[in-house]
Write a protein that binds this ligand. Structure first.
Ligand code: TYD
Length: 216
């Protein structure tokens, strides 16, 4: 059986990860591979319940509780969904994973990065991405996209979308620092461009990983 592959998409608010995860999933399915597209927080039944608390700005959460909730979500996601699918030879694409905790709770909230490294090790239990794509763009552009989306759907901002631009700038800096520290795993792609141009760059990064051309 083919070895499973684990790809994560990361980035600030409004960077287009969710759209690109779906497009990439379809392109990989066309090669005949089995593909699971999933997301954090969420991705499991427990995770969707955790996600509701985690994102709802009306639910008061201390930052330590916020951190432990997202780690609980990840621990469940890894054991229930990610590891079994990878072991089964699938390509697994996760819209956010452990780097989001380093960027948001570490660089954004200020938790110690070494502590987060240890906590992420507990949550991920050795399940590490083969490739991580950071979709990068100025935070103002991304926040404007999410606000327009929120206005369109009539829903309010979630806990993080409601944070100040300064918080999101630290998060962006966090993702870029991770990419600098782990250039073999993490590729940064400029997401402040048309969707199909970003898609083409993602495709190239994935083709290099799987050593096979993708269509679309
Ligand atoms: P989501 O609605 O999935 O939005 P996005 O399209 O931006 O991914 O919201 C997830 C939010 O949770 C997002 O603002 C980032 C935050 N988050 C963390 O703070 N830490 C984490 O470890 C993860 C996975 C997400």
């Amino acid at each position: 059986m083919a070895n499973g592959i684990f790809i994560t998409l990361e980035g600030v608010e409004g960077s287009g990860k969710t759209t690109q995860a779906a497009i990439l999933g379809d392109a990989l399915r066309q090669t005949g591979r089995r593909v699971t597209v999933t997301h954090e927080p969420g991705g499991t039944r427990a995770g969707e319940t955790i996600r509701a608390i985690f994102l709802d700005p009306a639910v008061s959460l201390d930052v330590a509780a916020e951190l432990l909730l997202v780690l609980a979500d990840r621990a469940q996601h890894v054991r229930e969904k990610l590891r079994p699918a990878i072991a089964n030879g699938e390509v697994v694409i996760s819209d956010r994973y452990s780097d989001s905790t380093t960027a948001y709770q570490g660089h954004g909230r200020g938790f110690d990065l070494e502590l987060l490294g240890n906590l992420n090790r507990l949550a991920t239990d050795g399940v590490t991405p083969d490739l991580t794509i950071v979709l990068d763009l100025p935070v103002e552009t991304g926040l404007e996209r999410t606000r327009a989306r929120a206005r369109g759907t009539g829903r309010g901002s979630d806990r993080f979308e409601g944070e100040r631009a300064e918080f999101h700038r630290k998060v962006r800096g966090g993702f870029l620092a991770i990419a600098k520290a782990e250039p073999g795993r993490v590729v940064v792609i400029d997401a402040d461009r048309a969707i199909d141009v970003v898609t083409a760059d993602i495709r190239r990064a994935v083709e290099e990983l799987i050593k096979q051309p993708l269509r679309g």
